[in-house]
Write a protein of this length. Structure first.
Length: 85
């Protein structure tokens, strides 16, 4: 049985999400700035979708955006292949 606590209801950033947040802070950027850059590069994403990605929600459907974010923020990115998925 699981007991309810405030901590049990909190979403936790993925390791990649933590790295994105760290790099944004280092560059004095906001999530809105990152969303604007992604839109400029032709991606259809909003702040809510970016937030979900940082928590790992919907990441399998947003690999092009994740690759672009990683490239923009100099985060190493290994391309997923059908055999490694």
């Amino acid at each position: 049985m699981v007991a309810f606590t405030e901590a049990s209801t909190r979403r936790v950033l993925s390791p990649w999400g933590v790295e994105v947040k760290k790099r944004l802070i280092e560059r004095s950027l906001k999530q809105d700035d990152l969303v604007a850059r992604l839109v400029e590069q032709g991606h259809s994403i909003d702040k809510a979708a970016l937030s979900n990605l940082l928590y790992g929600i919907g990441a399998s459907n947003r690999q092009p955006e994740i690759e672009c974010i990683s490239r923009l923020l100099d985060i190493p990115y290994l391309k997923q292949t059908a055999s490694s998925a």
